[in-house]
Design a protein around this ligand. Structure first.
Ligand code: C2E
Ligand code: MG
Ligand code: MG
Ligand code: MG
Length: 290
C-alpha cells in the first residue's frame, strides 16, 4: 500500500510539473507570436537629476499586452526570452526602437536600454549597437546600456573585450541592480561604467528606524563618486525616500515619485512640455516588501 501511495504521489507531482511545463511552453509560443505580430511595446520611465530636478533621460522597459491574458509581467516574459534565446531578437528590436524614439527628443535627453547577459555574450553586439546608433542618427553618448553583474560570470577576457568595444563606440555603460548579485568591487575596478544603479531593494524601507540601507546607499554613492561614476537610486516611491537618497548623494533618481513608465507617445508629449519634473507621491515609507 505504501508503494501505491508513493506512486500516487509521484503521479500527482508529475502532473503538476507537466502542467507547469505546458503553461510555460504555451507562453513561449505566445511570445513568438507576439514578436511576429508586434504585440511588444517599449515604455519609458523618467530618470531625474538630483542637482537640477530636471529630466535627464528615460529607461526603456519592455511591455507585453497579450490579447487574451492581458499584461504579462515583464520579469516573467524576459526570463522566458532569455531561456529560449528569443531575447536576442527582442533585444535588437528594443535597441533600435529606443534609438529611433530618442532621435525625436531634445538633445540633452538620454535613453537607457537593458542588455541581457545573452546579448552581452554575443561578439556581434558592438556592431549591432553601432548600426542602431547610425540608423537613428543619434549621438552615441545619448545611449546608455544597462548591464547586470551576471555578465561577469562569463569568460574574463571576452567580458573585458566587450566592455572595451562598447566603450569605444562612445556609449555610456551602467551597472544595473547593483547590490543584488555577486557584487564585487573588482568589477568596479575593471569595467568602465559611467553609472551605478542602486537596486530598489536598498531604497525600500531605507527610511524606517534601524534600517541599514541608508548606510549602504551612502557608501555606494561615495565610492561611485570617487570613481567618477554617477549613481541612480531605483524604485523611489515616497517623498521620504526621495529626501534620503538625495541626502546620501545619489546623483539621479528613478521611481514612481517622478513617474511610471510611459508609452512612447506619452513620453514624447512629456518632453515637449519641458524637462522640469515634480515629485508626486506619498510622504512616508511603507514596510519593505517581503
Ligand atoms: P530593471 O532594469 O531593474 O528595471 C527597473 C524596474 O523597476 C522596472 O520593472 C520598473 O518598472 C520598476 N520600477 C521603477 N520605479 C519603480 C518604483 O518606484 N517602484 C516599483 N515597485 N518599481 C519600480 P519592469 O518594467 O517590470 O522590468 C523588470 C525587469 O525586466 C527590468 O529590471 C529588466 O531587468 C527587465 N527588462 C525590462 N525591459 C527589458 C529589455 O528591454 N531588455 C532586457 N534584457 N531586460 C528588460
Ligand atoms: Mg534596467
Ligand atoms: Mg534595475
Ligand atoms: Mg531588475
Amino acid at each position: 500500500a505504501a508503494k501505491d501511495l508513493g506512486r500516487g504521489r509521484f503521479h500527482f507531482y508529475s502532473n503538476d510539473l507537466h502542467a507547469e511545463a505546458e503553461a510555460r511552453s504555451q507562453l513561449e509560443q505566445d511570445l513568438r507570436d507576439a514578436i511576429a505580430e508586434g504585440q511588444l511595446q517599449l515604455y519609458y520611465q523618467p530618470v531625474v537629476s538630483s542637482a537640477t530636478e530636471k529630466l535627464t533621460g528615460f529607461e526603456a522597459l519592455l511591455r507585453w499586452e497579450h490579447p487574451q491574458r492581458g499584461w504579462v509581467p515583464t520579469d516573467k516574459f524576459v526570463k522566458i526570452a532569455e531561456d529560449t534565446g528569443l531575447i536576442a531578437q527582442i533585444g535588437e528590436w528594443a535597441l533600435r526602437t529606443a534609438c529611433h524614439e530618442l532621435a525625436g527628443w531634445p538633445e540633452e535627453v538620454r535613453v537607457a536600454v537593458n542588455i541581457s547577459p545573452l546579448q552581452f555574450a554575443n561578439p556581434q553586439l558592438p556592431a549591432l549597437v553601432a548600426n542602431a546608433i547610425a540608423q537613428a542618427g543619434i549621438h552615441p553618448s545619448r545611449l546608455e546600456l544597462e548591464i547586470t553583474e551576471s555578465v561577469f560570470l562569463n569568460d574574463d577576457t571576452c567580458t573585458d573585450t566587450m566592455f572595451a568595444a562598447l566603450k569605444g563606440l562612445g556609449v555610456r555603460l551602467a551597472l544595473d541592480d547593483f547590490g543584488t548579485g555577486y557584487s564585487s568591487l573588482g568589477y568596479l575596478k575593471k569595467a568602465p561604467f559611467d553609472k551605478i544603479k542602486i537596486d530598489q531593494s536598498f531604497v525600500r524601507g531605507a527610511t524606517l528606524p534601524g534600517s541599514r540601507n541608508g548606510a549602504i546607499i551612502a557608501s555606494v554613492t561615495s565610492l561611485a563618486h570617487a570613481l567618477g561614476m554617477d549613481t541612480t537610486a531605483e524604485g523611489v516611491e515616497t517623498l521620504d525616500e526621495l529626501e534620503l537618497v538625495r541626502l546620501h548623494g545619489c546623483s539621479h533618481v528613478q521611481g514612481f515619485i517622478y513617474g511610471r513608465p510611459l508609452c512612447a507617445s506619452d513620453a514624447s508629449e512629456r518632453v515637449k512640455d519641458g524637462l522640469t519634473v515634480e515629485a508626486k507621491g506619498p510622504r512616508a515609507s511603507r514596510a519593505p516588501r517581503q
